[in-house]
Design a protein. Structure first.
Length: 229
């Protein structure tokens, strides 16, 4: 019940923000953009932007950050709305980097790379983020997409975030203002956004090895039904 309510609340917020921003952006003359739609979006470039952001956060907290390698359809370009990706990608990258660093605390300057694979086809875009951060414990796996579930220590959390709706307001904002971890809203909000956009966010965990996260988003070129605001 609470999950359904929060899903609807957060996705309604996203929809309203997208409509308002699109209306304002239609009056701007920005190359390769029609409103908030980028007519030649490069998944590789937007991923690289958020990799740099997440690595800076990770280096600030842990003193180092995993290298990230991007493969697959790296030359792909197509019309898409970057705004949801600007929330989802940094959350997924922060999770992958945190898991990698905290599972290699004995060798913080010799950690495995994170591998990101881009797969583009006529129907959808799939982004796979693979880390070697020891995977998700069995007793946590079913909870990781629940709102307010976090493995971060309570002492690391901002005291303002003690209320449920405080979390909603804060995490509904751009991920650029977010910390490395701790509020328990990043992953469930990313899942809700992906589903709202006609896609999905799924996890495959190999406990003791690492986690693969699959972000699937439908194209908006009109060939297939995607989503309606």
């Amino acid at each position: 019940m609470i999950r359904s309510f929060l899903d609807k609340t957060l996705t309604s917020r996203l929809g309203i923000r997208m409509l308002a921003t699109h209306h304002l952006a239609l009056h701007e003359d920005k190359p390769d953009f029609v409103g908030i739609i980028c007519t030649r979006l490069s998944p590789k470039k937007i991923i690289e932007k958020w990799v740099d952001f997440a690595r800076r956060l990770c280096e600030h907290k842990y003193g180092n950050a995993p290298q990230v390698r991007i493969n697959g359809h790296v030359a792909a370009r197509f019309p898409f709305i970057p705004m949801p990706l600007d929330y989802i990608l940094p959350e997924l990258l922060k999770n992958a980097m945190r898991a990698t660093m905290e599972s290699h605390l004995d060798t913080p300057y010799n950690v495995p790379d994170i591998i990101i694979t881009i797969a583009n086809n006529d129907i959808d875009l799939i982004i796979r983020i693979s880390d070697r951060g020891a995977g998700i414990p069995h007793d946590h796996f079913d909870k990781v997409t629940d709102y307010h579930f976090t493995t971060a220590e309570a002492s690391n959390q901002d005291p303002r975030m003690n209320s449920l709706f405080g979390n909603m307001v804060e995490m509904g904002n751009s991920a650029q203002s977010g910390p490395m971890h701790g509020f328990g809203f990043g992953l469930p909000t990313s899942r809700a956004y992906a589903e709202y956009l006609g896609g999905s966010l799924t996890l495959q965990s190999l406990q003791g090895i690492g986690t693969d996260v699959y972000l699937r988003l439908k194209h908006i070129d009109g060939k297939e039904e995607s989503f309606r605001i």
